[in-house]
Unconditional design. Structure first.
Length: 326
């Protein structure tokens, strides 16, 4: 897949997410199969350019090319003003000598899905690729993504179109590609705590076969390496706090995960955080390696089916008798 003069290694993109897609996470996802990873949202307001947060979000030191920065404005109603959209896109394209891409939603609301019209404006203004989230602005992140409008947008333009929204599994990735005819896929929340999703999708699209999920030892080692890059990037105080959300995502669905997350969120140092993470995942490895000893029927774990499309590992409940409840 190409964007302008850049040839990407594949058609899988990490979606920009505020507070998530910093330089450490972008690098991790690219190593695990993402063809491109966009930065967090960098404000277009010049008054904020000198802030530490904005400078850190625009930090791409040491990253492989191509590097993508997402510029965010201040008007969430922009899709309602197609004339202003054209003026902004023309100004940006004329101001830089690198490919400019655009990320939009399918429209303002369900009655005004003007994504195809915006797409044609974008192409006419010189936009080199278009990412489309399969919800309207009014939807926020509620309900399910719809792909018919994305297919209509793809049919309306000749530039590459990238589909985004609810792509949570390799099978869903293949479905969205077939349903919409798009050129690429953008993964957002499904990559939180699961950067392996990019290699899993890539393998499935190439072979039709599913990769086994990473063993707990790989999850542990990947998380520990991720923590090191967070501490180096943010420093200890901010790094420990930024790491908490990632630790929660990596440990979600694992045995005793809730109690672990409560404890690990109390610590204030890198050393304590790393120690707790290592101990937790080592215990997971030991539990998986231990021989199974079935419990009496009244105490045996009952597996609860996870929701369709959920990445969370199956949960377990422990039945109890009235005497136990008392």
């Amino acid at each position: 897949m190409r964007i302008g003069h850049y040839k990407l290694k594949n058609n899988l993109f990490l979606a920009p997410m505020a507070g998530v897609t910093d330089r450490p996470f972008r690098g991790l996802c690219r190593r695990l199969g993402a063809g491109m990873a966009a930065s967090e949202m960098v404000s277009s307001n010049s008054l904020l350019w000198g802030s530490e947060k904005n400078k850190r979000r625009a930090d791409h030191a040491g990253e492989e090319e191509p590097r993508a920065v997402q510029i965010v404005g201040s008007d969430p109603a922009l899709m309602q003003n197609e004339k202003l959209v054209a003026e902004i896109l023309q100004a940006v394209v004329k101001s830089v000598d690198v490919p400019v891409t655009l990320k939009i939603r399918t429209g303002w609301d369900s009655a005004n899905r003007n994504g195809p019209a915006i797409a044609r404006i974008a192409e006419a203004c010189g936009i080199q690729a278009l990412a489309v989230h399969g919800r309207t602005r009014a939807d926020t992140f509620q309900g399910e993504a719809e792909y018919d409008t994305i297919a209509a947008i793809k049919a309306a333009v000749n530039i590459p179109v990238i589909a985004n929204g609810d792509i949570t599994t390799p099978e869903k990735a293949a479905f969205v590609l077939q349903r919409t005819g798009v050129d690429g896929l953008m993964i957002g929340r499904a990559a939180q705590g699961n950067p392996w999703i990019f290699r899993e999708i890539s393998h499935f699209l190439a072979t039709g076969e599913k990769l086994a999920p990473p063993p707990v030892t790989e999850v542990r080692d990947t998380l520990l390496a991720h923590l090191d890059t967070l501490y180096a990037f943010y420093g200890e105080f901010s790094g420990v706090r930024m790491a908490r959300k990632h630790i929660s995502w990596y440990s979600k669905g694992l045995r005793d995960g809730a109690a672990f997350r409560h404890r690990v969120n109390q610590v204030e140092t890198c050393e304590a955080q790393v120690t707790m993470v290592r101990e937790f995942f080592d215990l997971q490895e030991q539990a998986m390696a231990a021989p199974a000893h079935p419990a009496p029927a009244m105490y045996r774990d009952v597996q609860v089916s996870r929701e369709a499309g959920s990445r969370e590992r199956p949960a377990f409940v422990h039945p109890c008798t009235a005497e136990m409840a008392a």
